[in-house]
Design a protein around this ligand. Structure first.
Ligand SMILES: Nc1nc2c(c(=O)[nH]1)N[C@H]1C(S)=C(S)[C@@H](COP(=O)(O)OP(=O)(O)OC[C@H]3O[C@@H](n4cnc5c(=O)[nH]c(N)nc54)[C@H](O)[C@@H]3O)O[C@H]1N2
Ligand SMILES: Nc1nc2c(c(=O)[nH]1)N[C@H]1C(S)=C(S)[C@@H](COP(=O)(O)OP(=O)(O)OC[C@H]3O[C@@H](n4cnc5c(=O)[nH]c(N)nc54)[C@H](O)[C@@H]3O)O[C@H]1N2
Ligand code: SF4
Ligand SMILES: [Mo]
Length: 723
C-alpha cells in the first residue's frame, strides 16, 4: 500500500486528490486531499472514480493503425512511420495549407497540451488551426482583448469575499466552475450566504445552482445581451454608476444603452422590467458584488456582446479588480501567454466562409466546410488531439460524413470512438497516473493565488512515449525531420524560447540573466517538467519545481490582489468600455429579435457524473441521473401530447429522444445534454447506453459573428411526439 497525491485532471476545479495504491499499483481509493489548502479535501464523483477511469480496459495502450475498417495494434515505431508517410504525402502533393489540427478540451488540462500546442501550430505552417476554444470560451477572449488589450485578462469572481454574486448562464454546482477555479463551489456559496451575502441565478433552467440561490430568474435563451443592456440602462438612468477605473467610452456606452430600457427588452428576455431594474439596483447597492458568466452566454449567437456587457456591469458598479468583485489571479508560472502584441481579430480569414481568425485559429464551426470544399487550400490531412468532434462540434454528423473524405488523419486519444474511428492512426497518450500534472491554464483563473504540481505516479512502460513526446514527434514529422528525429531537440527549442522570453520581459526577476546558465540549473524528469521549472523561476513568487515537489498539497499564495493598470495593454492605457470592434454587433442584436420567438429553443445540460464526450465508459459514472433525455416542461408536454419519446427537429437535423417531464426547464425551452450519441465506439459500456447526439441539432452555419464561436444554446427546434 502506498499513498500518492495528484491533481484531478477532469474538470476546471483542479481538486487535490489523495490516492492509495496496492502492491500491484491498483488504485484502491481516491479521496479529496484534506491537507490541500485550496481544495480542502473536496472530491466529486468523477474525481473519486479516477482509479476506475484510469484502468478502463477499453483504454488503448498501443498505437492502432486502420486498414480499411480493420484495426491492428502496431509498435510505436511503425505508428510514427505511418504518420510520417501520411502527412508527408499530403504536404508533398498539396502543400502545408492542406494540414489541419484540432486541440480538444483535455489539452487544456495536460502539460503537453499547453507547452507543445504553440510550437506544433507554428510547425504546421497552415491557417487551419482549430481548438475547443471556438466551441466554448472564445467570445471571452475577444471581449477582453478589445476592452483590456489582453485576450487573457479574464477576471474571476471573488466568491470568497463578495457580498452579492450574480451568476448568469453557469451552473457551478454541477460543472464545478469554469474560467473560475474554485474547488467545492457549493461550500463557498454556502459561506457567502452565511455571511449575509446573496446569490442570484439567471438561467432558463432551475439548475442545482439556481435551487441553491436566493433568487432564480428564468431567461429566454440567447437574449442575455438584451437583459444586460437593460441593467446598464438602469444603472445610467438611476445614477447608480460608480466607475473606479480609467475608462474610455462611457458616453458611447450610455448612448448605446438608451434604447434598451427594461420595458423594451423585457418581452424578448421573458424577464419582467421590475426584475431587470432590481438586478441593477441590487448590484449597485451591495457593498461588493460580482457578475459571473460562462457557457450559457458564450455558446450563443451574441456570445461576445454578452461577455463584454458582463465586464461592463462589473466596471460600472465599481466592482472590477477589487476585493469582493471580480479580480485577476497572479499565477505562479511565467505568464507566457501575455504577449503584449496589440490585440486584433481577423488578421486572416477562413478559406470557405471567410470567418475571422481569433488568437490564430479559425472556428470549429467551419471545419467541415474546409474539408469538403474543393480548391486550393482544401484540408486533406487532420491531426486531432484530444477531440471527439463528431459529438462535440456543431452539426457533428456532418463531420462524421466529412472525415472519411480526408487523405490522412491521425488522432492522439486514449479511445477508439465516434471521431477517432476515422483516423488512419491512433496514438494513445499514457494513462493519467503515468503523467506528471501541472495546470498551466487553469491556475490562471483560481479564486486564490495558488499552485500545485503532481509528479507521475506510475512509470511509463519501456519504449512508451509520454504525451509530450508524442506531440514533439508529430512536430518533427510535420517539419519534415522524419519519424526517428530526436524529440529532445523540440524540448530544448521550447526551453530556450521560454528562457529567452522570460529574461527579456520587463520586470522579470531574472532580467538579463544568462540563458545557458539558467538552462543548466533547471531540474525535471521530462521536457514539460524542465519547462515548468523555468516558468516558476521566471514567475513572480520565487518558486521552482523542487519547491513544488516538496509541497505535494500545493502552496497557497494568498488572496487575489488588484492588478490594474499593470495588465492593461490597450493603446490608450485605459479600459475601453465601448470598443468599436465589439459594439459593431449591436445593430445585429437589435434586429435579430424583432420577430416572434420560435416555438421551442434548445439548450444543453451538463451532468454531474459526466464530462463532455468521454466519461460514459466508467461503471461508477453511468446510470441513475446520467441519462440522455430531453427535459420538457410539463405544460409543454400536455400541450403537445408528448409520450415517451419526442422527435426533435432543427435546421441541421433531427433526433428521437426519450422525454423526461421536468419543471426545472422553462416553458418553450427543451434541454438535451451533449457528449452522447455513442456509436461504433471502442467503449463497450458507453455503447450499451448510447443516447443521442445533441449536436445533430446544432447548426454549424450560425456563429457568434465577432468570435466565430459555435451556437449550442437557443437553437430553434420543433418538438413532436415520436412513434
Ligand atoms: N451541444 C453542445 N456541444 C458542446 C458543448 C455544449 O455545451 N453543448 N460544450 C462544448 C465545450 S464547452 C467543450 S470544451 C467541447 C469539448 O469537446 P472536445 O474537445 O471533443 O473534448 P472532450 O469531449 O472533453 O474530450 C475529447 C477527447 O479527449 C480524449 N482524452 C481524454 N483525456 C485525454 C488525454 O489525456 N490526452 C488526449 N490526447 N486525449 C484525451 C477523450 O477520449 C475524448 O475522445 O464540447 C463542446 N460541445
Ligand atoms: N459535470 C460536468 N462538469 C463539467 C463539464 C461536464 O460536461 N460535466 N464540462 C466542463 C466544461 S468543458 C465546461 S466549458 C464547463 C462549463 O461550465 P458551466 O458554464 O458552469 O456549465 P453549464 O452547465 O453548461 O452551464 C451553463 C448554464 O447556462 C444555462 N443556459 C443555457 N442557455 C442560456 C442562455 O441563453 N442564457 C442564460 N443566462 N443561461 C443559459 C444552462 O441551462 C446551464 O445551466 O463545465 C466543465 N465541467
Ligand atoms: S470537481 Fe472536477 S477537479 Fe474536482 S474532483 Fe470533480 S472532476 Fe475532479
Ligand atoms: Mo468547455
Amino acid at each position: 500500500m502506498r499513498t500518492a497525491h495528484r491533481t484531478c485532471p477532469i474538470c476546471d476545479a483542479v481538486c487535490g486528490l489523495r490516492l492509495t495504491l496496492d502492491d500491484h499499483d491498483r488504485v484502491t481509493s481516491v479521496r479529496g486531499d484534506p491537507d490541500d489548502p485550496f481544495s480542502g479535501g473536496y472530491v466529486c464523483p468523477k474525481g473519486a472514480s479516477l482509479g476506475r477511469l484510469d484502468e478502463d480496459p477499453d483504454r488503448l495502450r498501443t498505437p492502432m493503425v486502420r486498414d480499411g475498417d480493420q484495426w491492428r495494434e502496431v509498435s510505436w515505431a511503425e505508428a510514427f512511420r505511418r504518420v510520417d508517410e501520411g502527412l508527408s504525402r499530403v504536404v508533398a502533393e498539396h502543400g502545408r495549407e492542406a494540414l489541419a489540427v484540432y486541440f480538444g478540451n483535455p489539452t487544456y488540462h495536460t502539460m503537453a497540451g499547453f507547452m507543445y500546442r504553440e510550437p506544433l501550430t507554428q510547425a504546421l505552417g497552415s491557417r487551419n488551426v482549430f481548438s475547443a476554444s471556438t466551441i466554448d470560451q472564445i467570445p471571452k477572449h475577444v471581449s477582453t482583448g478589445y476592452m483590456f488589450g489582453d485576450p487573457f485578462a479574464i477576471a474571476v469572481p471573488d466568491v470568497d469575499r463578495t457580498d452579492h454574486l450574480l451568476i448568469i448562464g453557469a451552473n457551478p454546482l454541477e460543472s464545478h466552475g469554469s474560467l473560475c477555479a474554485a474547488p467545492d463551489f457549493a461550500s463557498r456559496l454556502r459561506a457567502l450566504r452565511a455571511r449575509g451575502g446573496r446569490v442570484v441565478v439567471v438561467d432558463p433552467r432551475r439548475t442545482r445552482t439556481a435551487e441553491f440561490a436566493d433568487e432564480h430568474l428564468p431567461v429566454r435563451p440567447g437574449t442575455d445581451p438584451l437583459l444586460l443592456f437593460g441593467v446598464v440602462h438602469t444603472l445610467f438612468a438611476e445614477g447608480l454608476t460608480r466607475v473606479a477605473l480609467e475608462v474610455d467610452g462611457l458616453d458611447e456606452l450610455r448612448t448605446l444603452a438608451e434604447e434598451f430600457s427594461p420595458e423594451a427588452v423585457a418581452p424578448i428576455c421573458a424577464v419582467a422590467p421590475e426584475d431587470i431594474r432590481r438586478l441593477a439596483r441590487d448590484l449597485a447597492a451591495a457593498p461588493t458584488a460580482a457578475v459571473y458568466t460562462r457557457v450559457g452566454t458564450s455558446t450563443v449567437e451574441f456570445g461576445t456582446l454578452a461577455q463584454w456587457l458582463v465586464d461592463v456591469v462589473n466596471i460600472l458598479t465599481g466592482n472590477f479588480d477589487r476585493p469582493g468583485g471580480v479580480m485577476f489571479t497572479r499565477t505562479a508560472a511565467l505568464e507566457v501567454f501575455r504577449t503584449g502584441q496589440p490585440f486584433s481579430t481577423g488578421r486572416w480569414h477562413s478559406r470557405v466562409r471567410k470567418l475571422p481568425e481569433v488568437l490564430g485559429e479559425i472556428p470549429v464551426a467551419t471545419l467541415a466546410d474546409e474539408i469538403e470544399t474543393p480548391g486550393e487550400g482544401q484540408v486533406r490531412a487532420f491531426v486531432c488531439i484530444a477531440g471527439n468532434l463528431v459529438l462535440s462540434a456543431p452539426n457533428g454528423p456532418r463531420l462524421d460524413r466529412a472525415l472519411p473524405g480526408l487523405d490522412f488523419m491521425v488522432a492522439v486519444d486514449p479511445y477508439l470512438n465516434e471521431t477517432t474511428r476515422h483516423a488512419d492512426v491512433i496514438l494513445p497518450p499514457p494513462r493519467i497516473l503515468q503523467m506528471p500534472h501541472y495546470d498551466f491554464l487553469l491556475l490562471i483563473v483560481t479564486v486564490r493565488n495558488y499552485t500545485r504540481f503532481s509528479p507521475q505516479i506510475l512509470p511509463l512502460a519501456p519504449g512508451q512515449p509520454s504525451e509530450a513526446e508524442i506531440m514533439a514527434r508529430l512536430l518533427l514529422i510535420i517539419t519534415g525531420q522524419g519519424a526517428d528525429a530526436d524529440p529532445s531537440l523540440v524540448d530544448e527549442a521550447i526551453l530556450d524560447a521560454v528562457l529567452r522570453g522570460g529574461v527579456s520581459m520587463p520586470g522579470s526577476p531574472l532580467a538579463g540573466a544568462d540563458v545557458a546558465q539558467l538552462r543548466a540549473e533547471l531540474t525535471g524528469d521530462s521536457g514539460p517538467e524542465l519547462m515548468l521549472d523555468a516558468m516558476l523561476r521566471l514567475g513572480p513568487y520565487d518558486l521552482s519545481l523542487e519547491k513544488l515537489r516538496a509541497n505535494p498539497h500545493g502552496i497557497d499564495l494568498g488572496p487575489l490582489e488588484p492588478r490594474l493598470p499593470e495588465l492593461l495593454r490597450t493603446p490608450s492605457g485605459r479600459v475601453a468600455l465601448a470598443p468599436p470592434q465589439v459594439t459593431a454587433d449591436v445593430a445585429r442584436l437589435r434586429s435579430r429579435f424583432a420577430g416572434p420567438p420560435p416555438e421551442f429553443l434548445l439548450v444543453g445540460r451538463r451532468q454531474l457524473r459526466s464530462n463532455n464526450s468521454w466519461l460514459h465508459n466508467t461503471p461508477t459514472l453511468t446510470g441513475g441521473s446520467n441519462r440522455c433525455t430531453l427535459h420538457v416542461n410539463p405544460a409543454d408536454i400536455a400541450r403537445l401530447g408528448l409520450g415517451e419519446r419526442a422527435l426533435v427537429r432543427s435546421a441541421a437535423g433531427e433526433v428521437v429522444v426519450p422525454v423526461e417531464a421536468n419543471d426545472t426547464v422553462m416553458a418553450g425551452v427543451v434541454s438535451l445534454p451533449h457528449g452522447w450519441g455513442h456509436q461504433r465506439t471502442g467503449q463497450q459500456l458507453a455503447a450499451r447506453d448510447p443516447g443521442v447526439n445533441a449536436n445533430a441539432l446544432t447548426d454549424e452555419t450560425i456563429v457568434d459573428v465577432l468570435s466565430g464561436n459555435a451556437v449550442f444554446s437557443g437553437v430553434p427546434v420543433t418538438v413532436a411526439p415520436a412513434n
